[in-house]
Design a protein. Sequence first.
Length: 391
Amino acid sequence: MSTFKKIVWKVLNLPDPKPKPSPQPVPSEPVPAPDGGAPAAVPAPRVPVGAQAWVAAGKRVQSDRTAAAGPLADVDPGQRASQPSKAAATGAAPWQVEDESSGTKALVKLGRGILWIVVGLAVVTGVRSWFWPDRAPAPPPVQVKAGPPAYPVQQAQAVAGRFAFGYLTWDETIPQTRADALARDMPAGTDTAQGWNGKGKQDVVTVVPGAVTELGESRSRVHVDVLVSVPGEPAKKGQSVPPAEQRWVGLEVPVIITSGRAVVTGAPGIVGVPKSGPALPAQQVKNSDAPMADQTKAVVSDFFTEYAKGEADGVMAPGAVIPPLPTGMTLSTVQSWTVDEGSGDKRTGTAVVVWKVGSAELEQSYRVDLARVVAASAQRWQVADVHGGTS
């Protein structure tokens, strides 16, 4: 029997399945004869098997008790030997053996069956886990809802700008040039004359694509600012030809995205260009540090002087990188210099500078970063960075 089977047999308290050896026959015991003669040999009782083993054991116990009791005074030993007890004579055990009821047997069998089922399941599931261990369920795939693709603003601006250039350029001497330019950005078969009567002349200096207003269904309206040059009226006899006039005009171009391209869907419309921008929101006035401005004004003036020459390395803080200005510019004056309130080794101020460009003068504004540089026992302020315009 295997080790596992032995363990199960022990847990369930089952009998050993191996057959037991047959019991050895018990030798017969001499029984005294009634007439005092030689004792006769009485054959030993046959050892029963199975359930009657308990009965045989009871008989042996009773015989041992009778032998241990000894002879009685008023009974002849021969008679006592010849008169066995009633239990010995009848072959009955000193107790009554009762069979289990059928209900009890059924419950015992049911309990054993359930126990065997549990043990079998435990064995099967345990062995399966050795070779096929349980795995954690894979997480469900993350569902990402993709939104609608972003409208290609830059593509729409590029096509609208190119179309505006061709649309506002015409020359009655070469009308086909305008038609060819418009055909590049319009659907096939569209009238490329676009309402022009074929007269006059106008040139475009530059175009600036601006805001794109989405209209849905891949359609949009693109605003383009165009600088045009209009020739003067023909001179009368004896008069000089007036110079060409330049002016800004606005053009709003309808665009649709189809088949991966931006296409102009129809005739655009000329609109006005604002003459001024909107009012600025109120800004908090920054307090200035007048003593610090007086202390560093010469440093800033020297920097701008060398800045125009492309030789500002000597007045810049270590590690600073500032590209030089274009040639042809010289410093006229540092009109004003203020330093924001603060402390520490880094300060920021605002400089208003007047540059000379040929015979012209231009006033410019800059934000200048200063850094304190310490060398040995001396220290000084130097320019660490500069940016055009004020915030």
